[in-house]
Design a protein around this ligand. Structure first.
Ligand code: ADP
Ligand code: ADP
Ligand code: MG
Length: 656
């Protein structure tokens, strides 16, 4: 029973890579699945076999149960590891695996069905005596009932999609006036994202920390907890930094929360790896949030402090073996912290970014682990999650782990598209984080507003100078001789800033002069593989750089990553040739078109909803005007800069 020797990994990216590594170490044969966009992905090359499962769109590949089951049968895999995301929490998928005689590496479909619905899970937890956030989880869903229940629960409160996950479908309602609008919006979002408009209400717990317990259960009735993780550093209810153990956690509270988590798991006859999420209040009371019935993104921090391999445990449990350790044999040692490296533009509302990876270098150092699924020159497509890698540090103390992680992040090079590296570095050096005082709302309510108040810290003069040197050396630029040295004028742009500089070159020595009389002296000492060894105004340092065809250079000076563009001298900054017309800010799929030709729109009206990397982005009218052209339809795939909607402003109309 439960015999398998070949495992199909029904996922992609870093988690597929992670699972393949352990499966191989345990002697299993591995099968990767891939969509068209992932043909050359890292997980594909690491597996023993790989099989295409269709188009890039998730519905046609990674979320397509029929195709995945067929792929397993065709490659003679007898077990499927679902990873996280995608089908990992689909009770239907687990059941279909059971029916096809494939071992689903996870809990059984019944446990998943209960925990997959926040309302049903709450009912079960109530029975099991696990503390719940006060709220409403009844069957009546009409506005008057919800309004009445909201008054009973009290404000502020949270509206959640019962079937929700990944931080989506969650809304905070501060006062009664906003309830109905928020309910309507939550219903619509829940229906389109999760296929069910069922909602629940929860009291909004202020100043709480997100503490989750890793549980594990075998098929013989043993359930243990492997300590906790603190994931309070969040943005949009999504984790950014995670650590284990939770700072300031004492043994008594750990045991209390651990026992509650085990009770939660036992209540649904849980098998395998699971996470019970709690909110922990200042007075040390805690409340059940949800149970994630899979391996979690942040599982590495638990692995580092327990010395265990959780994927190994998952495979052993699936094979019918008992847990390797009993509760009193599980020891937590040291401290581990993980950051999630995303392709996103932190200067632009953290919009996920697509593009080609021009340079990817992982840190290598004592106490550092990197889980990633990317390779150089890979194209990051709009179809999937924008999380590219996780950098994880371990140390005997929290301070050591933070220091190592900060350094490792500086050593991490990801060039070619914007990433959140600089943002993460800022967080790691933030006092509230260092003092372990952050609650779940800290980043959004305090950290980001404080950042915005500070004068925007653009790249320093030396970064501009290096950009000028690199861009002036590009083919097509001609220098001219004047008194023995070469010199070039260069016009550079960084975000909204523009600078004109002159680059003087004498062999490997450069002098960059700015129009405001500032001068930088730079000597290029060595150059290889995108790494420059420089002497800047007398100090030697290393930099990583990547040029991209479009007269763009990415520079990483370890602490800061900046992208500069070279403008031609005839180009003016912010030239708005497109007027009020709407173009696609990134590649993605049109989720909704809210206007038709002939409509008049006001500034701020939502014209189009674009879905990209699992995010819904509302594209708004920048000016008021008349819609004169609509070039897109729902479900259509669009490329960056593609014209979507034409709008004629009243000024433009008057001009004609
Ligand atoms: P966690 O609490 O572990 O972050 P989430 O429910 O937020 O759990 O989702 C798990 C992870 O899976 C997230 O990091 C999310 O970005 C990722 N994920 C979810 N859905 C997908 C998907 N369709 N493709 C790729 N990654 C996904
Ligand atoms: P998801 O399934 O999307 O992960 P969760 O219920 O786990 O949804 O909540 C995600 C995050 O939202 C939590 O980590 C926490 O920061 C916040 N949150 C959820 N419920 C509450 C609540 N009742 N009060 C305060 N914050 C909450
Ligand atoms: Mg959650």
């Amino acid at each position: 029973m439960n015999h398998f020797d070949t495992i199909l990994i029904a996922n992609r990216g870093e988690i597929a890579v992670r699972v393949i590594k352990t499966a191989k170490q345990m002697g299993y044969e591995t099968v990767a699945v891939f969509s068209e966009a992932d043909r050359e992905a890292l997980h594909v090359s690491l597996a023993d076999k790989a099989i295409g499962i269709g188009e890039s769109d998730v519905e046609k590949s990674y979320l397509n149960i029929d195709k995945i089951i067929a792929a397993a049968l065709k490659t003679n895999a007898q077990a499927i590891h679902p990873g996280y995301g995608f089908l990992s929490e689909s009770a239907e998928f687990a059941q279909r695996c059971e029916e096809a005689n494939l071992v689903f590496i996870g809990p059984d479909s019944k446990a998943m069905a209960i925990m997959g619905n926040k309302t049903v899970a709450r009912h079960k937890m109530l029975e099991a005596n696990v503390p719940l956030v006060p709220g409403y989880d009844g069957p009546s869903q009409d506005n008057p009932t919800l309004q009445k229940e909201a008054n009973r629960v009290g404000y502020p409160l949270m509206v959640k999609a019962a079937a929700g996950g990944g931080g989506r479908g969650i809304r905070i309602v501060k006062d009664p006036q906003h309830l109905i609008t928020e309910l309507e919006a939550a219903r619509a979002e829940a229906l389109s994202s999760f296929g069910s408009d069922e909602l629940l209400l929860e009291k909004y717990i202020e100043k709480a920390r997100h503490i989750e317990i890793q549980v594990f259960a075998d098929q013989l009735g043993n359930t243990v907890y492997l300590g906790e993780r603190d994931c309070s550093m969040q943005r949009r209810h999504q984790k950014v930094i995670e650590e284990a153990p939770a700072p300031n956690m004492d043994a008594t509270l750990r045991k209390k929360m651990g026992d509650a988590a085990v009770k939660a798991a036992e209540a649904v006859n849980y098998i395998g790896a699971g996470t019970v999420e709690f909110l922990l209040c200042v007075d040390q009371s805690f409340y059940f949030l949800e149970m994630n019935t899979r391996l979690q993104v942040e599982h590495p921090v638990t692995e580092l402090i327990t010395g265990l391999d959780l994927v190994e445990w998952q495979l052993s449990v699936a094979a019918g073996e008992p847990l390797a350790l009993q509760q009193d044999e599980i020891e937590l040692k040291g401290h581990a912290i993980e950051v999630r490296l995303y392709a996103e533009d932190c200067e632009c509302d953290f919009m996920p970014q697509t593009g080609r990876i021009r340079q990817w270098k992982m840190p290598v150092a004592t106490g550092i682990r990197v889980d990633n699924g990317i390779v150089n020159e890979q194209i990051i497509s709009p179809y999937y999650d924008s999380m590219l890698a996780k950098i994880i540090a371990y140390g005997a103390t929290r301070e050591l782990a933070i220091r190592r992680l900060t350094r490792a992040l500086k050593d991490t090079v990801l060039l070619g598209l914007p990433s959140n590296k600089t943002f993460l570095l800022g967080l790691l050096q933030d006092h509230t984080f260092m003092n372990a005082e952050a609650t779940t709302r800290y980043i959004e309510e305090q950290y980001l507003p404080a950042q915005q108040k500070q004068a925007a810290q653009g790249p320093g003069d030396s970064m501009w100078a290096i950009a000028a040197i690199l861009l002036s050396r590009m083919p097509g630029t001609t220098g001219w001789r004047s008194t023995g040295t070469l010199s070039w004028p260069v016009r550079l742009k960084y975000q909204q800033q523009q600078r004109d500089v002159t680059v003087f070159q004498d062999g490997s020595a450069y002098r960059v002069e700015y129009s405001d009389d500032e001068i930088q002296n730079i000597l290029i000492l060595a150059e290889s593989d995108g790494e420059l060894l420089l002497q800047i105004n007398g100090i030697c340092c290393k930099l990583n750089v990547a040029l991209d065809e479009r007269h763009t250079v990415y520079i990483d000076n370890r602490s800061q990553v900046a992208m500069f563009e070279k403008l031609s001298f005839s180009e003016k900054q912010n030239q708005d040739t497109l007027g009020a017309n709407l173009i696609a800010p990134m590649s993605g799929k049109i989720a909704e078109v809210k206007v038709i030709k002939g409509d008049t729109v006001n500034k701020g009206d939502v014209l189009v909803v674009l879905e990209s990397m699992k995010m819904y982005q509302e594209l708004m009218a920048q000016q008021e005007g008349l819609v004169t052209g609509v070039y897109i339809k729902p479900n259509q795939q669009v490329e960056v800069n593609m014209p979507l909607i034409d709008i004629v402003t009243s000024e433009q109309a008057n001009d004609e």
